[in-house]
Structure formats: structure tokens, C-alpha cells
Design a protein around this ligand. Structure first.
Ligand code: SF4
Length: 307
């Protein structure tokens, strides 16, 4: 792939994440966080940095695969994405550039050129950035986007692969995947979309941190996450229940009948586990009309999606 082709790809606007299963995941982690993030629409400014890094890696992986798993293409794409957003990254831009390069190289070492067996030998790709919709039996639809859908050459079955970038420890994304609902929602949506039950879901977690000595990167693939029919039914029932609970609470909050703290209690037990970006504003009652320092207002996530 030529530098010009990479530039053309990067000049396309990148799609935002669809409103989907993660929305419910935040509510389950901490209703108060959900309230601040989605009901009031406070978006941590710092999350823009994480979004740029994550998108750089996703773009790098995408073009690396398109170019026959060429690591050089992956690296130039990921770094090119960071360069494009240099102004938003500000003074830390150089550090972000180094970190994204290191993360991208680590992923290609592991899965493109293959520390073990490269993905090109293991899987046939069926789709990338695949948009899916999970239809619940009450008619509600949850948008899902699969990073990659592949067919395993050995078993002939479909697999869904997601890439997660984080600066936290490797264990928290794995814990949220195995205990949370995302994997189940993907597997159900995959079944609806492809007309066959996927073998499972796996996630490539790439942890990248700035350390004094330079970037520190760890890449690890999750074990295969599968689900039973019972878990699928249970998931659907939970989702329908959660949806009606959230809708009711938002309506009650908007009517002024009950205070927000009562409707959306803080889940303090999980704070340290999730390394919460709302920590600094968590303890005081927020003014919906005043966006706190270090946050922007994100109207995209208004709760009209629930009605
Ligand atoms: S700091 Fe803890 S209690 Fe506060 S919003 Fe975050 S997870 Fe919830």
C-alpha cells in the first residue's frame, strides 16, 4: 500500500461507536456513572485522547490486514492517524505517537507476522467493522459493531474478534468481558446476522502506558468466550428489564419526583476496579447546566434513544 493510499484512507471521517451494549454495561458497573455520562452527557475530555489512540490502532490493524498483513502498512497508518490529530493531542503528542507505534508493533508481532501462528493462517476473514443489530423479543434493537468476523480454518465455525485498547491493567478488560454482557450480546447478534451460532468471541487487549523510561506495551488475546442458549435467554430478559428500569428512572428524574442520587446510586465497590474517569466530580451533586472542568458536553448520547 502506498503512502498516498494510506493518506486517502485516513482522510475519511471515522465512524463513532454505535449506541449499544456498552451503554447497559456502564449502568451495570455504576448507575451514578451512567447518570453523569449519559443522562447529563458529561464526557471526560481525556477520553478524546484514548479515542484517538484506539482509533489509530484500529485503523492500523484494518489496513495492515488489507495489505496482506503487512506490518509496515499497519505502522504508517496508526502513526498517520496520530499525526492527523496532533493539535487535539497537544503537548503530549510526541508521547502518544511513540506509544501508538509501540502498541501497533506489538500487535503485528503477535498476530500479523505471528509470534505464534499468524491470523492469516488461522482464519478466513468474513467482514470487518461489521454493523449488526441485536433484536430483542420486545422489539428493542441494540446496535453492535464487530471489529472482525472470521471463519476458523480448523473448525469451520465463525468467530468474532474485537480489539480493545486501554491504559489500565490487562485484567480489567478481561474481567469485564467474562463477567459483563458484551460477549453475549455480540454472540447473539452474530447468530442473528449470520444465521449460525458463532464458535465464540475473543478479544485482543492492547495495554499501552507512558512510563518514564518510555512506552510500556502488553498484548494479550482472551480465551475463547462462548455462551449457552440459557445465557442468551437470560441476557435478553436482563436487557429488557434493564431497559425498562432505566427508562422509568430517567422519566422520574426528569419529573423531579426523586433526587438523582436515589435513582442512580453510586457503586463505590467498583471504583478502583474501573479506574473511573468521573472520580473527581463524583462526590458532589452536579449542576446539569454547568459542564465541569475537564469535561465536554456530549449531546449525541441523549436519552431519547431509550424512548
Ligand atoms: S467514582 Fe465510583 S461511584 Fe463515582 S461514578 Fe465512578 S464508579 Fe461510580
Amino acid at each position: 500500500m502506498t503512502p498516498q493510499e494510506i493518506k486517502t484512507y485516513l482522510s475519511k471521517p471515522h465512524r463513532e461507536s454505535p449506541m449499544g451494549g456498552h451503554f447497559f454495561g456502564v449502568y451495570s458497573e455504576c448507575p451514578w456513572k451512567f447518570f453523569l455520562r449519559y443522562v447529563l452527557g458529561f464526557q471526560p475530555t481525556e477520553s478524546q485522547r484514548y479515542f484517538i489512540r484506539g482509533q489509530a490502532i484500529h485503523s492500523g490493524i484494518e489496513l495492515c490486514i488489507d495489505d496482506g498483513f503487512d506490518p509496515a502498512t499497519g505502522l504508517s497508518t496508526a502513526v498517520g492517524y496520530v499525526d492527523l490529530h496532533a493539535d487535539e493531542l497537544g503537548v503530549d503528542y510526541e508521547d502518544d505517537r511513540k506509544l501508538v507505534s509501540a502498541m501497533m508493533m506489538e500487535w503485528t508481532n503477535e498476530y500479523a507476522t505471528g509470534g505464534a501462528k499468524p491470523d492469516s493462517a488461522r482464519y478466513t476473514e468474513l467482514g470487518r467493522e461489521v454493523e449488526g443489530v441485536l433484536r430483542l423479543s420486545n422489539g428493542y434493537e441494540i446496535s453492535i459493531r464487530f471489529d472482525r468476523v472470521v471463519r476458523c480454518r480448523q473448525t469451520g465455525r465463525i468467530l468474532i474478534i474485537d480489539t480493545k485498547t486501554t491504559s489500565r491493567s490487562i485484567s480489567s478488560p478481561f474481567r469485564s468481558l467474562t463477567q459483563g454482557v458484551q460477549a453475549i450480546s455480540y454472540l447473539l447478534a452474530g447468530t442473528q446476522l449470520y444465521g449460525e451460532a458463532p464458535l465464540g468471541f475473543i478479544a485482543d487487549v492492547i495495554v499501552g502506558k507512558h512510563l518514564k523510561a518510555g512506552p510500556s506495551v502488553l498484548v494479550q488475546r482472551s480465551p475463547l468466550i462462548t455462551f449457552s442458549k440459557y445465557a442468551g435467554i437470560q441476557y435478553e430478559l436482563n436487557m429488557i428489564g434493564l431497559l425498562s428500569e432505566i427508562t422509568q428512572k430517567v422519566k422520574t428524574y426528569q419529573s423531579g419526583e426523586l433526587p438523582c442520587e436515589m435513582l442512580f446510586p453510586r457503586s463505590t465497590a467498583l471504583c478502583s476496579m474501573w479506574n473511573c474517569p468521573f472520580e473527581n466530580i463524583c462526590r458532589r451533586r452536579p449542576d446539569p447546566a454547568v459542564v465541569p472542568l475537564g469535561f465536554t458536553h456530549d449531546p449525541r448520547l441523549s436519552l431519547e434513544v431509550l424512548s
